[in-house]
Design a protein around this ligand. Structure first.
Ligand code: ZN
Length: 302
């Protein structure tokens, strides 16, 4: 199942109904029972007797976003309005599930747009976030889908979405880094093109983080290699003590994905202009999310 929609696709999304599932509720419950047995548990003991039923119910709720569409959700709540002021909804609680482990992703979304004749009810912005969150997700796609949905619905002058989240699959298992936050952003239109508008948005959402973190950054505009080198040479040493990173160039040479998280790094210049995937892993102790996002945005060519 593909979960990414281009803005043009969004209006075409039909209402998906519950009946689409080829698997019965009983079969799902049986699968949970099998999982319990696999864990060495006794699914028939008193405390677990109703667990398969409860797990299936919970999973269906947590993925109920598959059965919603934007049309249904909005119910016509798009209005004509002549305003050029930024509309910002910050600190929207997000509860999602990662598609790799089906474990929670907990975080917040900050969503802004600058209208171009059309506005949407503020509560609907939260509902759009919720619809995409209630699916199996990766944080980058969730961020992009929220931005694309607003872009498609309102054709605004620009859309900005920042999602900051912590992933239970990282906190409870694997690298076990409590307090690690991942920040992803999608900037479109004036937010991508105009540094002052972007700055205003960033100031308004004032993110900060003391712990380890990772930052993902994507853009459709190419990165200026010269500016990026300057950023690494002059700005990064102030906030990060050492770096080890590889920057790869992605599917398209214009798409960038940066990830920053908490270990030492050194930059290897020779690797990052030639590799096929655009990925930079930088690791530091105390990083300022906003500063990094701004700096990376400033490295884009105009
Ligand atoms: Zn995961």
């Amino acid at each position: 199942m593909t979960l990414s929609f281009s803005p043009d696709d969004i209006r075409k999304q039909s209402v998906i109904t519950e009946s689409k599932s080829p698997v019965s509720e009983a079969e799902m419950q049986q699968a949970v029972r099998t999982l319990l047995l696999g864990m060495g548990e006794d699914p028939d003991r008193e405390g677990l007797r109703d667990t398969p039923k409860r797990v299936v119910k919970a999973l269906k709720f947590l993925t109920s976003g598959y059965h919603q569409s934007l049309d249904e959700l909005l119910n016509g709540a798009v209005f004509h309005e002549d305003t050029n002021e930024m509309v910002l909804v910050r600190d929207i609680d997000l509860f999602s599930s990662c598609e790799h482990h089906i474990l929670p992703i907990l975080g917040r979304a900050h969503v802004a747009y600058i209208p171009n004749g059309k506005v949407i009810g503020l509560s609907k912005i939260a509902r759009i976030c919720e619809m995409y969150a209630r699916r199996l997700q990766v944080q980058e796609r969730l961020t992009q889908q929220i931005a694309d949905a607003l872009q498609g619905l309102l054709k605004p002058q620009g859309v900005a979405v920042v999602v900051e989240a912590t992933h239970m699959c990282m906190v409870m298992r694997g690298v076990q880094k409590p307090g690690s936050w991942t920040v992803t952003s999608s900037m479109q239109g004036v937010f991508a093109d105009d540094a002052r508008t972007r700055q205003e948005f960033m100031d308004l959402i004032r993110l900060s983080n003391d712990g380890f973190m990772s930052v993902s950054f994507q853009s459709d505009r190419p990165l200026s290699v010269k500016k990026f080198q300057q950023f690494l040479d002059y700005q990064l040493p102030d906030i990060v003590f050492r770096a080890k990173g590889v920057l790869y160039f992605a599917e398209s040479p214009k798409r960038h994905l940066f990830q920053l998280s908490g270990k030492r790094f050194t930059i290897n210049d020779s690797e990052w202009t030639t590799t096929p995937k655009n990925q930079l892993v930088l690791i530091g102790r105390k990083l300022d999310t906003l500063f990094l996002l701004q700096s990376l945005n400033n490295c884009l060519t105009q």
